[in-house]
Design a protein. Sequence first.
Length: 166
Amino acid sequence: MELSNAVMKTMRAQGHGRIVYNSSILGFAAMRWRGAYNASKFAMEGLCDTLRQELHGTDIHVSLVEPGPIESRFRPNALAKFLKNVDIDGSVHRDNYQQQLERLRKEGHAAPFTLPATAVAEAVWRAVTNRRPRARYRVTFPTKLFWFLRRVLPQRWYDGACRAAT
């Protein structure tokens, strides 16, 4: 937020600019055991939508990149924090947490349709270079699928799809 505020002054002075936020599929599709991460990404999406509306009529464009599963160090980093901060054995969610540990420890792709980080870089490039950038760039098949499901399914069914994905 501070960086956005700082660069907006320059962008206003020069009369144009691009602000691109990197969100996640979890910015619109809440999934179990990821509450803090879900909340931070939902907040980012709301902030981005607000900025885009507030900057309407200027030549400052705001876009969101919404990746799904991407090759990265995300799982090993999440595993380290999980082990440090979660009392697995003392939790009523112990069995579910054990499943999460298995997922986080898995070698290779943890999810189908995982793409390389270059897929995100390409979306950022399009957001920065397109004459009329889109509000959202959904990266990976799961992101596009869950965006569609959110629009067409009743909430109970959508919740079930999100539970099944975790």
